[in-house]
Ligand binder design. Structure first.
Ligand code: GLU
Length: 308
């Protein structure tokens, strides 16, 4: 029996955009071509950015695009397991409250490996209050030890990092009480026995933190593959945060097969953009055909084009 388990785990803070659909397609092709079990995990733990409607909307976008899943879950439903992980880390003395604001961290002026700001660790020696981590009304961080972590990427992306030095101690619980991405993703992958993580290269710099957390929580490390990204002409990622076109607007201009063909051609999976369904790409799917370099695309208001 094939025990491989893959997952697609979009954050549901806004409508799916072309980069979301490309990532979903590559993850789906990878899993289905290997006969692996494929989970859709709607990452909705950030209650300040995600609503039940936005999770439904993500699901609707992926259905419209023609992808199917063996299991669908809402990450927020797994809060109890996330809290158990916090209990375990607290028992080992690895959690501390942090009062530093985003602007204070930014003012320290050091860039992190993921392009954000590195946390300098100014609150690192603060103890948890009497009531433990549950009584913290500030941000909760993980006290990382400095060590070089060298996860392998199947596509050769360099994932090696000393996360303590290059990223700083990660937030595990936000000030609003939301479980943070790194913790939720690692706990959920571990619990569902995910063996393969296929995701965009923008998340490559998070991998060493994920491996550090897996080790602290006694979870096994899956294999990783980080694929190319669609970039806006400006060089920024075609991301929901950057105001790129969402699927509601795309749907007015493309049938799902037409968009699938366009993205498959952009990825290098077919010679030229022509309408095709995801399942029709399966027989010839091979990562060696998928482009390595990021790709710029532009939304004209009517179509997605390669900038001249
Ligand atoms: N939720 C993350 C995102 O949409 C991806 C999580 C992951 O694949 O680890 O960027």
């Amino acid at each position: 029996m094939n025990r491989e388990v893959c997952r697609f785990a979009p954050t549901t803070s806004g409508p799916a955009h072309p980069g979301t659909l490309l990532a979903a397609l590559l993850c789906w092709l990878d899993a289905r071509s290997r006969g692996a079990r494929l989970l859709l995990r709607l990452e909705d733990v950030d209650s300040t950015r995600c609503t039940p409607q936005s999770a439904d909307d993500m699901r609707a976008a992926l259905d419209w695009f023609g992808l199917d899943w063996d299991e669908v879950s809402l990450q927020s439903a797994n809060r109890a397991a996330h809290e158990v992980a916090l209990d375990r880390l607290a028992e080992r003395g690895l959690l501390y409250p942090c009062a530093c604001s985003r602007s204070e961290i930014k003012r320290s002026g050091e860039r992190a490996a993921d392009g954000g700001w590195r946390y300098s660790g100014s609150c690192r020696d603060r103890p948890l209050p009497q009531g433990g981590w549950r009584a913290v009304r500030e941000t909760l961080r993980l006290r990382l030890v400095s060590e070089r972590i060298e996860p392998e990427d199947e596509g050769g992306v360099d994932l090696a990092q000393d996360p303590a030095a290059e990223m700083g101690d990660p937030v595990l619980l936000g000030r609003s009480g939301s479980i943070a991405y790194h913790l939720a993703a690692v706990v959920d992958d571990g619990q569902r026995q995910v063996t393969r993580v296929v995701r965009g290269r923008d998340l490559a710099a998070s991998t060493a933190i994920h491996v550090a957390l897996q080790r602290l929580l006694g979870l096994s490390t899956p294999s990783y593959r980080h694929h190319f990204l669609l970039l806006e002409e400006s060089g920024g990622k075609l991301a929901k945060l950057h105001g790129a076109v969402g699927w509601h607007e795309l749907r007015e201009h493309y049938a799902p097969e037409a968009l699938c063909g366009l993205l498959a051609a952009a990825a290098g999976l077919i010679e030229a953009a022509a309408p095709i369904r995801p399942g029709e790409l399966l027989a010839a799917f091979d990562w060696r055909r998928v482009r390595g370099e990021d790709l710029s695309m532009r939304w004209t208001g009517e179509s997605l084009v390669h900038p001249a």
